[in-house]
Each structure stands twice: as structure tokens, then as C-alpha cells.
Design a binder for this molecule. Structure first.
Ligand code: 6PG
Length: 235
């Protein structure tokens, strides 16, 4: 069965992704009266959040969670919460009590992760994800302990060391949360990721080596450059 992979011209990617998100949230709210949405960090999603601001979504019925966070205060430039607040949450009427940020500033990240797991819904109605050039998603990195986590739903994570600057510790959802999500939307753009996209979607199943494969059953929205190495999907 062909994977639900949508390949979009770059100039239309943000609007197409925002339409997918808006349509799904509307469908869930129509059916259930409310929806849970887990946001991703990263730069790919910036323009998508910008576009979402103008959509007719009943934000009062949406509950916001995060897929991962860096170990920084909420106003830090590297904070995923700050990204989401500046590009989306400050511009739509989600009640503050319905916005659940991961407390990356806490000294005890394990405790913060445990407390966040306790407020997670049984499953997200919509989980937004991105993928790094190494195939990581959320803050689940290749061959890191989190990729094989089977019971805990949120954990503290340590990215692989970088040669040039110290990496920030993370808090992240784990594979069981990705597996449980009613709908996963993976958004990837750029030619630089074409190789890892092909590996993630068409390579051997090895999520420990390529954690984005944990979202293989989800919907993948790619711009044409990111889809360029796929064999089974015309871009
Ligand atoms: C984060 C994200 C991470 C991101 C990918 C892609 O905290 O950085 O959760 O998983 O989605 O690294 O990032 P870009 O969109 O910037 O390439």
C-alpha cells in the first residue's frame, strides 16, 4: 500500500501543511468537541505556524502539547515553546490553561519529564513532527536510549555531541507516544534531506538508526527537493 506521502512545490508547502492541520483539527472538533495537538520544534514548521494563524480553527477547543523541548527557559532563543509562542500561540485564541509546555528550565529534567507524561492524553489527535539531517525526530536521536524506550512516555534525552558547540539536553516524547497518536504529520523540506528521506521511507526498517521511521505509518508532507531521491513517489 502506497504510503500517504504528499509532495508539494516548495512555494506551496507552508499553505498545504497548514491546510492539512486545519482540516484535521476541524474534523476532530466537529466529531468530539475538542482536539489535542502536539507541536514540533525546528525551522521547517515556522512558515506553517505563520500560515495557521490565518486559518478559521476553533482554537478555544484545541489543547496544545509539545513533542520535545530543549533544556532552556521558555524565553530562550532555542526554546521550542518560544518558537511556537512567537509564530502561533500569541496570535490565536488558545486559552493559556490549554497550553502545556515542557519545563526545560527545570534542574531535574527526569522529574519534569515524568510530570509531563502524567498530563499527556492517552493519544494525541494530531502529532506534528520534523526530521533532522541525521534522521532524528522529536528529540529521539540515532542509537540513543530513547529510541528503544517502550514504557515511559516522556524522558530526558541527550543529543549526540557536536564538534563546535555544546549540545542542549532535551525532554522528548518517546516511541510509544508516536505509535499511539491518532494522526502523525511529518513535515520535511529541502534537498539536503533528500537522502535521509529516502532512507526513512524506503530504506530497511531500522528506527534505532533512523528514528524518523517511527513515524512511517504517518502522513509525510515533503517539498519536491526533499522527495527527489524517492523511488516510489513522483515528486
Ligand atoms: C527540535 C525538533 C526537531 C526538529 C528537527 C527538524 O527540537 O529541533 O523537535 O525534531 O523537528 O530537528 O528541524 P528543522 O525543521 O529545523 O530542520
Amino acid at each position: 500500500m502506497p504510503r500517504p506521502v504528499m509532495v508539494i512545490p516548495p512555494e506551496r508547502f507552508a499553505a498545504a501543511a497548514a491546510t492539512e492541520i486545519a482540516d484535521l483539527l476541524t474534523e476532530v472538533i466537529d466529531r468530539r468537541g475538542h482536539a489535542t495537538l502536539a507541536l514540533t520544534g525546528g525551522s521547517t514548521v515556522h512558515p506553517v505556524y505563520d500560515d495557521l494563524v490565518g486559518r478559521a480553527i476553533r482554537w478555544q477547543q484545541v489543547e496544545i502539547f509539545f513533542g520535545d523541548e530543549r533544556a532552556v527557559p521558555p524565553d530562550h532563543p532555542e526554546s521550542n515553546y518560544r518558537l511556537a509562542r512567537e509564530t502561533l500561540l500569541d496570535h490565536v485564541p488558545v486559552p493559556p490553561s490549554q497550553i502545556h509546555r515542557m519545563e526545560g528550565e527545570r534542574r531535574d529534567l527526569d522529574q519534569a519529564a515524568q510530570e509531563y507524561a502524567a498530563i499527556l492524553p492517552e493519544r494525541f489527535d494530531l502529532l506534528l513532527l520534523g526530521m533532522g539531517p541525521d534522521g532524528h525526530t522529536a528529540s529521539l536521536f540515532p542509537h540513543a536510549p530513547g529510541v528503544t524506550e517502550k514504557s515511559r512516555r516522556v524522558i530526558a534525552a541527550d543529543p549526540p555531541p557536536l564538534p563546535v558547540k555544546p549540545t542542549l539536553r532535551r525532554i522528548t516524547i518517546t516511541p510509544p507516544v508516536i505509535a499511539a497518536a491518532a494522526r502523525v504529520l511529518m513535515m520535511i523540506t529541502g534537498a539536503a534531506k533528500a537522502g535521509i528521506v529516502a532512507r526513512a521511507l524506503e530504506g530497511p526498517d531500522d528506527p534505532a538508526a533512523c528514528p524518523a521511521q517511527l513515524a512511517r505509518r504517518g502522513w509525510w508532507m515533503l517539498d519536491q527537493p526533499a522527495a527527489a531521491h524517492l523511488q516510489h513517489t513522483e515528486s
